[in-house]
Design a protein around this ligand. Structure first.
Ligand SMILES: [Zn+2]
Length: 103
């Protein structure tokens, strides 16, 4: 999908339509495999189903066997729109596409 580098969009801070510079939002540092949030999430998956976690939670986790990973070939990309007047930015989600190119 081709996206223009300059785009008119509403700025919440200026309260009007202004020119925005478009860039792809950088993804931050990668979280560890089992940080607090993911540990709680993995544990919750084992709860509420029968007795114990039915082997759904362990050092490896059984997610891969009952969740379809790697099926989709496209991604929903985030764009960063920076207002040219006040220099503040916001994020805009793009629809599913294989590749986003700025032009
Ligand atoms: Zn602005």
């Amino acid at each position: 999908m081709k996206v223009p580098k300059l785009k008119k969009s509403n700025c919440v801070h200026c309260k009007k339509h202004t020119d925005h510079k478009v860039s792809t939002a950088k993804t931050g540092g990668k979280r560890g495999a089992l940080k607090r949030g993911s540990i709680q999430r993995a544990k919750k998956r084992g709860l509420g189903v029968g007795c114990g976690n039915l082997g759904k939670y362990g050092s490896k986790g059984a997610q891969s066997s009952w969740k379809r990973y790697g099926v989709k070939t496209s991604k929903k990309e985030d764009l960063k729109l920076t207002c040219k007047e006040c220099n503040k930015s916001k994020l805009a989600r793009m629809p599913r596409s294989k590749k986003v190119t700025l032009e």
